[in-house]
Ligand binder design. Structure first.
Ligand code: KIV
Ligand code: ZN
Length: 511
């Protein structure tokens, strides 16, 4: 039996970025977008063009880079927002404007302070304006799951008539319950007279842990687009997770009326990339992409799997990209091989200078670590890119002895000079950070410190993220090294460099 196609709309770069601290630079967005394209995501929501000049540039750059996926910008149902989205998408191969306005009684009364008829008129006007830029217009009824049925029906009919091709009914506050949310779509699709002229879509938040269940209930009731994010990143408790939705559709094809185009083998590498860029670690027991998602600890389970894999495994780890991190390179690998592997990973370099920097970091890593995996290569890029280097890590010595305060001594490059600094701390990492601050007195607050082992074993590279804030600017510095204390020093200096060279305020601070 042929199945309907389920459109996968990824909003990691927009709703995902709205998680406090998850803001991304243009270059980071491009890297993630390239992975999403490789994964064959249908629509990539790249940002909210009017939110800030940085977000505008990011949407524009993603639109100019991505060829195989549709690139989308969010826009409130307002003329200036739509104009900005249209401008950002003008060079896209396929561009979509996603415009929205709140439609629930509580949002209309208290937030918008508008009458329903005004909201309806503004929605129609917004869709018509958006259609002047593209045929591909999506309209969202913000807080749709708490919108009155009659009003939802009227507004949907009107915006479809005005030219909307996708109708998204978000569960904005994560209040939905699967049977109720699914039924709402069934009734709307059956009752709105022109419903057959649009694709219905979900966008579920995870406040009650029901985002994926709600999305799938909607799919069972006629929805053919799901909005989701890698690792479930997003506002508050996050959005429906792409990897869970896609794998549920694939694994339970016996009951699902739809199929997706997704190449699932890119799921784990993309999850890791998003985690390392945002500094949001993936919990070990997270479905599909958590480190333990395919690990069998109990003897009974291990025995069963060895005898017949399907006794305890419903999916193959390789199918989502686990264990496919081939041993690619080592200390004898040359420049051409390293560059070629980066190209296969979708990473290219602006000039010889940028690659030279990465290649040197690769050689240093290969001296310490025998096996270099794809994730290691990606971590090196994350650390070395996108920043003018004001402060560079040169060398470090840390003394730790039980019963004594650790002491860190660092040599840091500042321009042409080397600067020595030293401090005690409550632990080795604390001593390193204090030594750096003693010298540079940045005035920044440390908001997050996280360490992830990129590959397995004790010689694994530690990928450290340091999030600093200064005067409203938030930056995530990353550092990778087999020595996690050195990785921490590099991450801290990287964050200081980012603070010096660019600001990453909250993506929607301007609105
Ligand atoms: O959660 C929500 O309602 C949204 C809309 C802007 C689609 O993110
Ligand atoms: Zn949302």
């Amino acid at each position: 039996m042929s199945k309907d196609k389920l459109v996968i709309f990824d909003t990691t770069l927009r709703d995902g970025e709205q998680s406090p601290g998850a803001s991304m630079t243009k270059e980071e967005k491009i890297r993630i977008a390239k992975m999403l394209e490789k994964m064959r995501v249908d629509v990539i929501e790249a940002g909210f063009a009017i939110a800030s000049p940085g977000d505008f540039e990011a949407v524009k750059a993603v639109a100019e880079t991505i060829k195989d996926s549709t690139v989308c910008s969010l826009a409130r149902a307002m003329g200036p927002d739509i104009l900005r989205a249209g401008e950002a998408l003008q060079n896209a191969n396929a561009g979509r404007i996603h415009t929205f306005i709140a439609t629930s009684p509580i949002h209309m009364k208290y937030k918008l302070q508008m009458e329903p008829e005004q909201v309806l008129a503004q929605a129609v006007d917004a869709v018509k304006r958006a259609r002047q830029f593209t045929d591909d217009v999506e309209f969202s009824l913000e807080d749709g799951s708490r919108t009155e049925f009659e009003f939802a029906s009227r507004i949907i009919e009107a915006v479809i008539k005005a030219g909307a091709k996708t109708i998204n009914i978000p569960d904005t506050v994560g209040y939905g319950e699967p049977s109720e949310y699914g039924l709402m779509f069934k009734r709307l699709i059956e009752n709105v007279p022109n419903a057959d002229q649009a694709v219905f879509s979900t966008h579920c938040h995870n406040d009650l842990g029901l985002a994926v269940a709600n999305s799938l209930a909607a799919v069972m009731n006629g929805v053919r687009q799901v909005e989701c994010t890698i690792n479930g990143l997003g506002e508050r408790a996050g959005n429906a997770s792409l990897e869970e939705l896609v794998m549920a559709v694939r694994t339970r094809k016996d009951v699902m009326p739809v199929e997706t185009n997704i190449d699932t083998s890119h799921i784990v590498p993309t999850s890791r990339l998003v985690s390392s860029i945002t500094g949001f670690p993936v919990q070990p027991n997270k479905a599909i992409v958590g480190a333990n998602a395919f690990a069998h600890e109990s003897g009974i389970h291990q025995d069963g799997v060895l005898k017949h894999r399907e006794t305890y495994e419903i999916m193959k780890a390789e199918d989502v990209g686990w264990h496919t991190n081939k041993l690619v390179l080592g200390k004898h690998s040359g420049r051409a091989a390293v560059k070629a592997r980066y190209e296969e990973l979708g990473i290219s370099f602006d000039g010889a200078g940028e690659f030279n920097h990465i290649f040197q970091a690769f050689k240093e890593l290969a001296d310490k670590k025998h096996e270099i995996f794809d994730e290691d290569l990606q971590a090196l890029v994350g650390e070395a890119r996108e920043v003018e280097e004001t402060y560079g890590f040169e060398a470090m010595e840390v003394h730790c002895k039980t019963g004594q305060a650790p002491v860190a001594k660092l040599k840091i490059r500042v321009g042409e000079q080397s600067v020595d600094t030293e401090s005690e701390g409550s632990g080795p990492v604390d001593a390193v950070f204090k030594a750096i601050e003693k010298q540079f007195n940045s005035g920044a607050d440390l908001l997050l410190y996280s360490v992830n082992a990129i590959t397995q074993g004790t010689e694994a590279v530690g990928d450290v993220t340091v999030r600093l804030e200064r005067e409203g600017k938030l930056v995530n510095g990353v550092g990778a090294d087999t020595d996690v204390v050195a990785a921490s020093a590099k991450a801290y200096l990287h964050a200081l460099n980012l603070l010096e060279s660019k600001s990453r305020a909250h993506p929607q601070q301007g609105i």
